[in-house]
Design a protein around this ligand. Structure first.
Ligand code: NAP
Length: 343
C-alpha cells in the first residue's frame, strides 16, 4: 500500500518481544492524518531510519530512555517534508530531519527538528553519515578514543554507518585502521572502498588468531559496537593505556539470558587495571549533542571532498520495515538501512 494523502499508516508496538522481534511485535494500523494545533506543523515522512537502539525501546527494561508504550507509534528518526506549518522557521515544502516515527505523518512543535531547506542534496544522508550515526562515530572516536597519528585503531561493525565512519576518520587522523565485519564481501568493501588497512571476518574459522596476526603492534583504540565473542578476541590484544569508547553491543540486543560461562569479569577487570585502560560508554545526544555544529561542519566537508564514503541500503515501503529491522539486528544490513515511505 502506497503512502496516501487521505490517511496515516503507522506501526504501533503491539507486544514487547522476548528475544528477536517477530510478527506479533508491531501492528500496522490505518488512522486519520493528525491535525496540527496552534504552534504545530504537519510533517509527511519520506525516509525512516532503522537503528539498533530501537530494539531497546521495544523493551521496558531500565535504560537511558523510556520505552515505547504498548499501542503507541514506534519511534524513529525521519526525513520529512513540511505539509503545513504554524512554527516559526518552518514553511510548507521545507525538508526537515525529525523524530517522526514509523508512520506516514507526524505532528511537531519544532523541538529538535533541523530544517534542511527546499532542495537538499541526498536528504536521506541526514539519517546516516551526516546525522546521528555520523555524530556517534565522530564524537565517540575524537572525544573518548582520542586518536593520535601512528596509533592502531580497531572498529567492529566496520561496514555499518557508525563503524565505517569511525574507521575513515581514523585514517584521516593518521591511524592504522583494522575493521571487523561479518563476511568476505563486507570486508572487501571495508578495505577497497572505505580504505581501511585491513578487515577481519569474525564469522570465519580462526577469527581470534587471524585478528592477532593482523595486529602485530596491538590495539591502542578499540571502538566497541558489538560486544560478545568479538570483544573476547580483542581483549588480549589491547595495549597499555588503550581507550575503548563503548558505543553499542549489538550482538547482545536480542539476548534473553547471560552468556555461557566461564565468568570472565575477573579477566576484564584485571586487564583494565594492569593495562590502565579507559573504557567509557556514551549516549550520543546526551553526552555530545552540544558538538553537533562542529561535527556537521567538519563531516560535510569530508563527505563533499570524497574523503568519507557512505553506503546506504534503501528499502521501499513502510510495510518492509519490521522484517528489515529484524534483519538489521542479525547483521543482514550492508550499509545504512533506510526505509523510503514515498517516491
Ligand atoms: N551510544 C550511542 O549513542 C549510539 C548511537 C548510535 C549507534 N550506536 C550503536 O552503534 C552500533 C552500530 O550502529 P550502526 O547504526 O552502525 O549499526 P549497523 O551497522 O547498521 O548494524 C549493525 C551491525 O552490527 C553487526 N552485527 C549484527 N549482529 C552482530 C553480532 N551478533 N555480532 C557482531 N556483529 C553484529 C552487523 O555487521 P556484520 O555483518 O559485520 O556483523 C551490522 O552491520 C550499534 O551497537 C548501535 O546500537 C550507539
Amino acid at each position: 500500500m502506497e503512502q496516501s494523502d487521505s490517511h496515516n499508516r503507522r506501526y504501533v508496538l503491539a507486544q514487547r518481544p522476548k528475544g528477536e522481534p517477530d510478527g506479533d511485535t508491531l501492528r500496522l494500523e490505518t488512522a486519520e492524518i493528525p491535525v496540527p494545533a496552534k504552534g504545530q506543523m504537519l510533517l509527511r515522512n519520506v525516509f525512516l531510519s532503522l537503528d539498533p537502539y530501537m530494539r531497546g525501546r521495544m523493551s521496558d527494561a531500565p535504560s537511558y530512555a523510556p520505552p515505547v508504550e504498548l499501542n503507541e507509534v514506534m519511534v524513529g528518526g525521519t526525513v520529512a517534508q513540511v505539509v503545513s506549518s504554524d512554527v516559526e522557521g518552518f514553511a510548507e515544502g521545507d525538508w526537515v530531519v525529525a523524530f517522526g516515527g514509523w508512520q506516514d505523518y507526524a505532528l511537531s512543535d519544532g523541538t529538535g527538528v533541523i530544517n534542511m531547506g527546499r532542495n537538499p542534496e541526498n536528504p536521506s544522508w541526514a539519517l546516516g553519515v551526516l546525522g546521528m550515526p555520523g555524530l556517534t562515530a565522530w564524537a565517540g572516536l575524537t572525544q573518548i578514543g582520542q586518536p593520535k597519528a601512528g596509533e592502531t585503531l580497531v572498529v567492529a561493525g566496520a561496514s555499518g554507518p557508525v563503524g565505517a565512519t569511525v574507521g575513515q576518520i581514523g585514517k584521516i587522523l593518521g591511524c592504522r585502521v583494522v575493521g571487523i565485519a561479518g563476511g568476505a564481501e563486507k570486508c572487501r568493501h571495508v578495505i577497497d572502498v572505505l580504505g581501511f588497512d585491513d578487515c577481519i571476518d569474525y564469522k570465519a574459522d580462526g577469527f581470534a588468531q587471524t585478528l592477532g596476526a593482523a595486529l602485530p603492534n596491538g590495539i591502542d583504540i578499540y571502538f566497541e559496537n558489538v560486544g560478545g565473542a568479538v570483544f573476547d578476541a580483542v581483549l588480549p590484544l589491547l595495549n597499555t593505556n588503550a581507550r575503548i569508547p563503548v558505543c553499542g553491543l549489538i550482538s547482545q540486543y536480542n539476548a534473553t539470558s547471560l552468556p555461557d560461562g566461564p565468568d570472565r569479569m575477573g579477566l576484564l577487570m584485571g586487564t583494565i587495571l594492569k593495562k590502565r585502560m579507559t573504557m567509557r560508554g556514551f549516549i550520543v545526544f546526551d553526552d555530545f549533542g552540544h558538538l553537533y555544529p562542529e561535527f556537521a561542519k567538519q563531516m560535510s566537508g569530508w563527505v563533499q571532498d570524497g574523503r568519507i564514503k557512505y553506503r546506504e541500503e534503501m528499502i521501499d515501503g513502510l510495510e518492509q520495515a519490521p522484517a528489515a529491522f529484524v534483519g538489521l539486528l542479525k547483521g543482514e544490513a550492508f550499509g545504512k538501512r533506510v526505509i523510503r515511505l514515498a517516491k
